[in-house]
Unconditional design. Structure first.
Lengths: 149, 447
């Protein structure tokens, strides 16, 4: 390594640069946090939505499904599943179909990925659907490219 | 072994290898569920199999880092560990917590987000373990010699603990939740973990090649600078499609594309140290793992990361098997291999043996690395097909999966090779070598 770069200089560049980049990152994240809080104004996080998110976590849905593309890739993307079920046109129909789908698992069809059976009450099923309706309204910069996820 | 207290590392290495074995077994089960989805009993759904696979991975890597730290810090600080007893207690707490978590997962006790499924009390236990560890190591460094290697290593380890605290922040706003989930996940593996990787590799390079410490330390500063200058703002590549503003597409694309640079620097560093260094260290297997780590990390983390990091590309590849391909090769190359290098280097000394079944160890290197490379290739091909069918043509997820069966079978084959390689690796480390193998008389520890 070049003699022009002393160890002391390398050390100062490292610590100074790290602080600089972390501050820049912090400022940008702060701006995005403001933005994310504003989302909740137009797309309110009701107690039911929050409860649905807890069910999502409690049953580790993300360990098979993706949500906004994050999670495991064993099962379909669910961030926009509300729209895929036509929730924007027929909310009651979409709600019933989604709840019925969850209740019918597992299908035990040979060769098809299986979803476990979760013992959820009607209210909990409504909460998970409320949560997925909420996620479908988040501005994800037009991702995914197709409604199929 | 120069210092008696380095011996606690042995416990950590055995614990890490146990969890590594568990990781591979559950990885195999997951791969089986992709090709034969109805073949496992109901208490082993894919979700549980995956969380054990990923959690075992993260915990064994951390356990390896802890052990590596306990091994190298006394030599760097030129003093015994502050408290070997505390280190042993910390191990059993950590290993116990990991065991409790795994058993709990099988009975449905999990809660949280991806990789952070541990129930709250386990997470609190992890913090206690981290505090015991940081106290012990920091006190050792404070009373002894302070080197660049130990400073960077400590910075990385403190960073791991600090960013883990974001695991406790779970807001009901999913956009915020995802943003700060990445403060654990990304700022770990594309941030502070790389500091740990670079300092362990620097330690190994000094020991194995005999290159002057001054040269290695300057390199270390350059590598970790490049890592954090690109990696911190590189977090932006996770903020493209999660409800965050569009400016992240520019910031994330530019800085994360540069994340390949520090990995390239690590390759140049490792090979030029070997080229410059005069020493022929008898532990050739450790050198093979160290060099292999730099190259595989460059491909897995660097090249395969770059492959899908630009926002216009990621728009199509996000959350497909391309991500899985990158994840496997990157974790293996950067973090599994540095640990396997350290075990290979330190175990003969911890077990008080002359370099041992080296040929077998090197064969296991090629089988494991070949297996992971093959899995990566299979998943990459699956990903390309998936991207085209699902993201370009708009086919439904399950219809696309039906087209990918062959690639998942190939991935399963790669996984079996990795398991075979692990068995050989374990035999090479743990079984006594041939008594006739002469200890090299020319072996002189560095410094």
């Amino acid at each position: 390594m070049s003699e022009t770069l002393t160890k002391a200089a390398a050390r100062n560049i490292f610590y100074g640069g790290t602080v600089f980049f972390f501050v820049v990152f912090g400022v940008l994240v702060a701006d995005s946090v403001t933005d994310a809080i504003a989302i909740a104004k137009v797309n309110p996080i009701t107690p039911s939505v929050a409860a649905g998110k807890r069910i999502w976590e409690r049953h580790a849905c993300f360990d098979c499904h993706t949500l906004f593309g994050e999670g495991a890739r064993f099962a379909p993307e669910l961030g926009n599943v509300w729209l895929r079920y036509g929730g924007d046109k027929d909310p009651d129909g979409a709600r019933e179909s989604l709840k019925q789908w969850i209740k019918n698992q597992p299908t035990r069809v040979e060769g098809r990925h299986q979803m476990p059976h979760f013992d959820l009450t009607e209210q909990q099923l409504d909460q998970i659907v409320d949560y997925l309706r909420w996620t479908s309204r988040v501005n994800t910069q037009n991702w995914p490219p197709h409604i199929s996820g | 072994m120069k210092y008696e207290s380095q011996g606690v590392a042995k416990l950590y290495f055995f614990g890490a290898l146990t969890l590594f074995s568990a990781q591979l077994v559950f990885g195999l089960l997951g791969a089986i569920l992709y090709v034969a989805p109805t073949s496992l009993p109901d208490f082993l759904p894919f979700s549980v199999v995956r969380m054990i696979h990923t959690n075992a991975l993260v915990v064994w890597l951390l356990m390896g880092f802890f052990g590596a730290t306990y091994y190298l810090i006394p030599e760097e600080a030129e003093t015994e560990l502050h408290s070997p007893g505390l280190a042993k207690l910390q191990f059993w707490l950590f290993f116990g917590a990991a065991g409790a978590a795994v058993v709990g997962y099988l009975f449905g006790y999990y809660d949280g987000r991806s990789y952070l499924e541990q129930p709250l009390y386990i997470k609190i236990g992890i913090v206690v373990v981290a505090l015991m560890f940081l106290y012990n190591v920091s006190m050792t460094v404070l009373k002894g010699r302070k080197t660049v290697i130990s400073n960077i290593l400590l910075l990385g380890l403190w960073g791991i603990a600090v960013f883990f605290l974001f695991a406790f922040y779970v807001p009901s706003n999913t956009v915020l939740d995802k943003m700060f989930w990445w403060w654990v996940v990304h700022l770990w593996v594309e941030g502070v973990w790389e500091l740990v990787l670079a300092s362990i590799l620097a330690f190994l390079m000094i020991k194995l090649t005999g290159v002057d410490r001054e040269v290695v330390e300057k390199w270390l500063y350059v590598i970790v600078s490049l890592t954090l200058f690109t990696g911190i703002l590189g977090t932006g590549h996770h903020y493209y499609w999660i409800g965050t503003p569009a400016y992240w597409q520019w910031i994330g694309s530019i800085f994360s594309a540069l994340e390949v640079v520090p990995f390239f620097a690590i390759v140049i560093f490792a090979f030029s140290m070997v080229y410059k260094g005069g020493r022929r260290h008898p532990n050739k297997a450790a050198l093979l793992w160290s060099l292999g780590c730099s190259v595989t990390a460059f491909f897995g983390a660097g090249v395969w990361g770059f492959l899908h990091t630009l926002a216009p590309v990621n728009y199509y590849t996000h959350g497909t098997q391309i991500t899985a391909a990158h994840g496997h090769l990157a974790f293996y190359g950067a973090y599994a291999m540095i640990n396997l290098a350290m075990f290979t280097y330190a175990m003969p000394q911890l077990l008080n043996r002359a370099p041992y079944n080296q040929t077998l160890n090197m064969i296991s290197f090629w089988i494991i690395t070949g297996g992971v490379a093959f899995m990566t290739a299979a998943l990459t091909l699956a990903g390309v097909v998936q991207v085209h069918l699902q993201r370009v043509m708009g086919m439904a997820y399950m219809d696309v999966q039906a087209q990918l069966g062959m690639f998942y079978w190939l991935r399963l084959g790669g996984g079996l090779a990795v398991i075979l390689g692990l068995v050989l690796y374990l035999v090479s480390l743990l079984a006594p070598g041939k008594a006739s193998a002469p200890a090299s008389a020319s072996y002189v520890p560095a410094e």
